[in-house]
Design a protein around this ligand. Structure first.
Ligand SMILES: *Cc1c(COP(=O)(O)O)cnc(C)c1O
Length: 355
């Protein structure tokens, strides 16, 4: 049976990415060797790394003065690398979910942290607004998409200080004004590649201003200087990332991806709002177009498990909500075809008819 992959991460990748990566595992770039067994210093792999960095610049219109880096350690390592490299005295953070909370916890190890606003009291169902970011902070950190709670910031905020953003689960779903940011980072396993690599865009001028000693591997400058090849990079995830970036370019770039993503999300939210069994958990104006979180209406609560079972029988995979929200979560990343959203909607309608 056809599977519809709604996993939140690792998550669906394009067939283009999977097929080309599988081919390269068997024979990489006509070398007669597997991608798994070739030196990262070979000219064939160096070309992959160079192109993977260049395509990010092209797709996101990255201005000069910025570098693109691929590192291991996940987005979670960036929670500590960012303050290690940028936090002199004080940083501001917006607390919009579990990941933002984890980032705040790490930053506190390096200096003062001003949590300018939080939606924790409402279980992160909305994005706080009307907060003030102090002018004397080294940077303001936001999480653009809250993967677990299904809320999203879809505009680059206007603040007087440099921004840092965790864009792990919505990068490449819209054009970004990179010039507003000192650092953008994204774990690959949502919109880019299999787990194992993190994409970082960093303004070189922002570095070298802290007085503390930074371990070599945790200093962005180490990796910028060596083109992300200071040590052995995660070769397979970087290769897969390059395939996804090529695929995005072929489709027409981030504007086209945004249009497709918005269309998919609107279809599903419309059904959630229409269907008598379900309701969304996030406030309407802050709904994420990547992770759609919903639950069963009070009077149908006891049907939640039955719906998961029913949907699983129809080929839906990964729609169980995160334990901190409950209910359901359908992740609609770039690679998810509209037909999968339509299949989920049919499943919801059929379940409604049965009850
Ligand atoms: C998944 C996710 C993370 C954690 O990523 P790891 O690569 O597992 O460290 C951090 N932030 C956001 C927004 C995420 O979606």
């Amino acid at each position: 049976m056809k599977k519809h992959n709604f996993y939140a991460g690792p998550s669906i990748l394009s067939q283009y990415t999977i097929k080309n990566t599988a081919d390269a595992v068997l024979d990489f770039a006509g070398t007669g060797l597997s991608l798994l067994e070739i030196s990262h210093r070979s000219k064939e792999f160096s070309a992959v790394m160079d192109e993977a960095r260049a395509l990010v610049k092209e797709l996101l219109d990255v201005p000069t003065g910025y570098d693109v880096v691929y590192l291991g350690g996940g987005a979670s390592l960036q929670f500590c690398m960012v303050p290690f490299n940028l936090l002199k005295k004080k940083a501001a953070y917006l607390e919009t979910g579990t990941w933002a909370g984890n980032a705040i916890k790490e930053a506190k190890l390096f200096g003062e942290v001003d949590v300018v606003a939080s939606s924790k009291e409402a279980n992160f169902t909305y994005i706080p607004k009307g907060y003030t970011v102090p002018k004397d902070v080294d940077y303001f950190h936001i999480t653009t998409n809250n993967t677990i709670f299904g809320t999203e910031i879809r505009q680059d905020p206007d603040v007087a200080v440099p921004l840092v953003a965790d864009m792990s689960s919505d990068i490449f779903s819209r054009p970004i004004d990179v010039s507003k940011y000192d650092i953008i980072y994204a774990g690959a396993q949502k919109n880019i590649a299999p787990a194992g690599v993190t994409l970082i865009i960093v303004r070189e001028g922002a570095l070298g201003q802290v007085e503390r000693a930074i371990p070599t591997m945790l200093d962005y400058r180490t990796h910028i200087k060596k083109g992300s090849m200071f040590n052995t990079p995660p070769c397979l995830p970087v290769f897969a990332a390059l395939q996804t970036l090529k695929y995005y370019k072929e489709l027409g770039g981030v504007k086209v991806l945004e249009k497709m993503d918005k269309e998919k999300a609107a279809l599903l939210y419309d059904e959630i709002d229409r269907n008598k069994l379900f309701k969304g958990t996030a406030v309407a104006e802050d709904r994420s177009i990547m992770n759609v979180c919903f639950v069963m209406n009070e009077e149908y609560k006891e049907l939640e498990e039955e719906f998961i079972k029913f949907a699983t029988e129809q080929g839906m995979v990964g729609i169980k909500g995160h334990r901190s929200v409950g209910g359901f979560r359908a992740s609609l990343y770039n690679a998810l075809p509209k037909s999968s959203v339509e299949a989920l909607i049919s499943t919801m309608q059929e379940f409604e008819r049965k009850h």
